[in-house]
Design a protein around this ligand. Structure first.
Ligand SMILES: NC(=O)c1ccc[n+]([C@@H]2O[C@H](COP(=O)([O-])OP(=O)(O)OC[C@H]3O[C@@H](n4cnc5c(N)ncnc54)[C@H](O)[C@@H]3O)[C@@H](O)[C@H]2O)c1
Length: 314
């Protein structure tokens, strides 16, 4: 009997995780109950094991409903993205920081210490990255979003030390390929490249062909979230925080690989119109070296071909 809770379950990563949990279970055990938390749900879920809780994770009464029956694992994915959090500080703090603390503190009353996997972000590093980012790189967030995620990591480590949860934070890079138009997100071009070139449609990207980003497919990202929830908790570091391994690829390399898969004519469909801010934030990433994460069993996609196959599989 395994009861898992997913916050932000209607989101891009959440939907892929929910699908996988229902199909494959968690750590070899079938999911008996899956509680989904989000502000709203598009439609009722067909699977009878699913309970949809519409409401805010900032609301203690909603959290109490999610935790009403014993919980084995929480995947905390709900968040206010960086741009929106910057425009509305109070909302960003309430969801990205306060609600994370609420979700952790509310687990004190649970018997046993549930697994708690927190989706952090590479935004914790901020700007002015060193020549190589590794596990000794000190975070220096440039936005409240990154600052609150970093604080969330500290809270997860402390709650683990206190024995409330067996926690693990993973710093996610740019996850692809989000369906839709990206709803104005500054990094939308990373996913749009996949869908537009597959469909043979033109697009303009706000970065240069030489710009370099950190990539992971949503499917490999889900593999890592599930691994973090099931790996022997004794193996986790005291910080309870890991950088998810990434493929570091230029925009041009991804375009070329998409053209190799969908047709050489695709290359000419891309217009490069670099915006200095977007280039700096999303296309100027140095090499990343996360041996500790790799020793734990976290993985990137392996090759650009695999990245494309997995990113578009769902
Ligand atoms: N996708 C990426 O490239 C990426 C990169 C770095 C970090 N992350 C992190 O990974 C997590 C998942 O990312 P995603 O791409 O699926 O995000 P998403 O924006 O697609 O989904 C987040 C979900 O959280 C929900 N949510 C927002 N406020 C809520 C509230 N008050 N109560 C309940 N639910 C609420 C939203 O409705 C949405 O469905 C996020 O925490 C994000 O910060 C994602």
């Amino acid at each position: 009997m395994t009861h898992a809770v997913v916050t932000g379950a209607e989101g891009f990563v959440g939907r892929a995780l929910v699908k996988r949990l229902l199909a494959d279970g968690l750590g070899g055990r079938r999911i008996s109950k899956l509680t989904l938390m989000d502000v709203d749900f598009e439609s009722p879920h067909a699977d009878s094991r699913v309970v949809q809780l519409a409401g805010s994770i900032a609301d203690a009464a909603v959290r109490a409903q999610a935790y009403a029956s014993p919980v084995d694992a929480v995947f905390h994915l709900a968040s206010i993205p960086g741009g929106a959090a910057e425009k509305n500080y109070a909302l960003g703090r309430s969801i990205n920081l306060d609600a994370t603390l609420g979700l952790l503190e509310d687990l004190r009353s649970q018997a046993g210490a549930p697994r708690f996997v927190f989706a952090s972000t590479v935004a914790v590093y901020g700007e002015n990255l060193p020549a190589t980012v590794d596990e000794r790189t000190l975070p220096s967030p440039a936005l409240s979003y990154g600052a609150h995620k970093l604080m969330g990591e500290v809270l997860v480590a402390d709650a683990s030390r206190l024995g409330w949860v067996q926690g693990c934070s993973l710093r996610l890079p740019g996850v692809v390929a989000r369906p839709g138009d990206g709803a104005g997100m500054m990094s939308a071009f990373m996913s749009l490249l996949f869908w537009k070139l597959a469909a043979g449609e033109p697009l303009t990207v706000p970065v240069s062909r030489e710009g370099v980003a950190w990539w992971i497919s949503v499917s490999r990202c889900v593999d890592n979230l599930l691994h973090a929830a099931t790996v022997d908790a004794e193996c986790l570091n005291a910080r309870r925080s890991y950088q998810m391994p990434v493929l570091r690829l230029s925009i041009g390399e991804v375009v070329d690989a998409l053209a190799a898969r969908f047709g050489a004519d695709r290359k000419a469909l891309v217009t490069y119109a670099p915006d200095p801010l977007i280039e700096r934030l999303f296309a100027a990433y140095p090499p990343l070296d996360p041996p500790e994460a790799e020793r734990l069993g976290l993985r990137h996609d392996g090759s650009v071909e695999q990245l494309i196959a997995r990113a578009m599989a769902d």
